[in-house]
Design a protein around this ligand. Sequence first.
Ligand SMILES: [Zn+2]
Length: 240
Amino acid sequence: MMKRLLALALLLMLLCPLALGEGERVIDPKKPMIALTFDDGPTENTQAIIDVLDKYGAKATFFVVGNRITNFEAALPAILKSGHEIGNHSWNHPRLPDLTMNQINRNIQRCNERVSEATGGYTPSFLRPPYGATNKTMYFEAKDYKLITVIWSLDTLDWDVRNADKIYKTVMENVRDGDIVLFHDTVPQNIEVLERILPELAAKGYQFVTVGEMFSFAKEAPKYMAKYSNLYPEKRNMKK
Ligand SMILES: [Zn+2]
């Protein structure tokens, strides 16, 4: 009996990666989901972050800064190859509301162009304005590129604390269904944090989805002239 069970388990282990190939991800909306997001990359940590996410079958969104792509260009196709998503985090990380209309437009455009160049034609669907700073002009210019503005509902403050235990605690004590969680590629401690939170949250039923996947479950399609911080705004107000 044990032998047969063991053989069956082995067979399933062999078959599962094939059965759940790319494009066949099943997300259960009845189970909790969160969107992990990584800002300010690509950096020397991006590949290691991708590797941990892949180890646990988690998908995430990387909001990249256009003028930082050159140094870690290979990270961009690697993000897509593993089924993650790339978002626009501007060309050079300014406070967009401080710029003129034309400057905002160009800043967003240059990031999109650079992403496209590095990936062979990928176009982001989401904009994360640096510092979460928005205004009406910014929304208008983002709309030009069909970008939905997304901020976050759970800030790990990783860039500030730079301590794996503290980041881990912030996530585990505050995380809720539908959260968009803010991390940064610039913080190497996040690799250890992911090693800890991914299996623990998965054991609680959490699914790790891209921002695009998350919004496919939104009650209504996201609009251009607004910002979104989580899937269930009625359940949770923005926490910063
Ligand atoms: Zn940033």
